[in-house]
Design a protein around this ligand. Structure first.
Ligand SMILES: [Mn+2]
Length: 413
């Protein structure tokens, strides 16, 4: 009877972190990734002749750097206007009203819900009511959903909401609410934004995060896109399908080095992992973070020659095509296979070094850094974040130093 698309967290013109510093990086493709994903969203909407499009907040990443961000969005919305497709959107924490200082006239087909009070609009020609409210400021702490209007009888009711449902850890707890509360509100579909990971909390009524449409860093892995929803004449959701829209796809690959004894074996494993990432990415650019794990004989070598490992990875990606794959980072999380106690038996010098490493105190900055701190102006110190390292940082540093020192000491045998 009618179809719509639920999208959210477009973060238009947001940078993709950890990529641009490389020479020869496919800069344009990476820089334009969020725009291309939006174009893909509009293409899909037109191709499927949907009846309306929903955007559940964080359309923008923050205030526009210049008017180009707004111009791009409006041009895409005009394409939908020409196809007769209305758009309903709310602002989230990233593009809250107080944050956005520039504005352009929106085309008539775009309805932007205001902040302050939840409102209801009816989709022309369809028994559909959409209820929504924008964020006035980035940190909305009240439960907005509580004061959303009652459902309209004989209509398919949609709640458009930017929220941290169930207070999920690691996300700003904005406009908090619970699944039970939303389920009991009487709406048919809650189109949620804020959590960038796709999550279907329940169906009938649907409570759904569509996730963002383009991953922006190594933690936003896998396909990113929107939900295409078809509702039948009885106002029941008939089809509910995910469609990928991303143009750069992030992967985290773990390579267990436990059984590896030669670097060549590692490079073979990396090549296999890269092939797999390329295949899973289709015609998109695959971006990979490589995590090397396990208790391995290669531990010392890996930590002593990180640049070699990076360069070998680089060669593999060049071989597979830089337009297909890009390495974001190689994380060395391996452990030594040799027990320190066994190593200490070998000779007195090694035993002494192990003892010293064991008592290594990484909680303080080295003397040179401490001295530097006294000389730098406070603004520079704040900028450089010269805080004491965390326990995890200290342990990682200790592991790394141990690996390098012990490798150097025992390399002869
Ligand atoms: Mn967001």
């Amino acid at each position: 009877m009618f179809t719509f698309i639920h999208a959210a967290d477009i973060h238009l013109d947001s940078p993709l972190t950890g990529l641009s510093q490389y020479q020869d990086a496919p800069v344009e493709r990476i820089r334009n990734a969020t725009r291309t994903a939006l174009t893909n969203l509009v293409d899909l909407s037109i191709e499927r002749q949907i009846d309306f499009l929903l955007i559940a907040g964080d359309l923008y990443n923050g205030d526009w750097k210049d008017y180009n961000t707004g111009l791009f969005f409006i041009r895409e919305m005009r394409r939908l206007d020409e196809a007769g497709i209305p758009v309903y959107l709310i602002s989230g924490n990233h593009d809250a009203e107080s944050k956005i200082t520039k504005a352009l006239t929106l085309p008539d087909n775009v309805h932007h819900f205001k902040s302050g009070k939840a409102a209801t609009v009816t989709v022309q020609g369809h028994p559909v009511s959409i209820h929504g409210q924008s964020f006035a400021t980035p940190s909305v702490t009240e439960n907005l959903a509580e004061s959303y209007p009652a459902p309209v009888a004989e209509h398919f009711n949609i709640g458009l909401l930017h929220t941290n449902l169930g207070d999920q850890a690691g996300h700003g707890n904005y406009a908090p609410c619970t699944q039970q509360q939303l389920a009991q509100h009487g709406y048919d579909y809650w189109a949620l934004g804020h959590i960038h990971k796709r999550e279907v909390h329940q169906q009938s009524p649907h409570i759904v995060y569509s996730g963002n449409i383009q991953g922006r860093h190594a933690k936003e892995t896998g396909p990113k896109g929107c939900y295409l929803v078809r509702v039948d004449a009885d106002l029941q959701v008939q089809d509910f399908d995910f469609h990928a829209l991303d143009t750069v796809r992030w992967h985290q690959t773990e390579i267990d080095c436990s059984d590896l004894t030669e670097l060549d074996q590692l490079f073979d494993a990396i090549r296999t992992a890269f092939d797999d990432a390329i295949e899973k990415s289709g015609d998109r650019l695959a971006v990979v973070r490589v995590n090397l794990t396990g208790h391995t004989e290669l531990h010392g070598t890996l930590h002593s020659e990180p640049s070699r490992i990076e360069s070998e990875c680089r060669l593999i990606t060049e071989d597979l095509g830089l337009e297909n794959i890009w390495v974001e980072k190689i994380k060395l999380k391996t452990k030594s296979k040799t027990k320190l106690a066994d190593l200490a038996q070998r000779d007195d010098l090694v035993a002494m070094v192990i003892d010293a490493l064991d008592h290594l105190d990484a909680s303080q900055h080295p003397p040179a850094v401490t001295e530097l701190r006294t000389k730098l102006p406070p603004e520079a110190l704040r900028e450089l974040q010269f805080d004491a390292p965390s326990k995890a940082d200290r342990d990682a540093l200790k592991d790394e130093v141990s690996a390098i020192v012990l490798h150097a000491l025992t390399i002869a045998d």
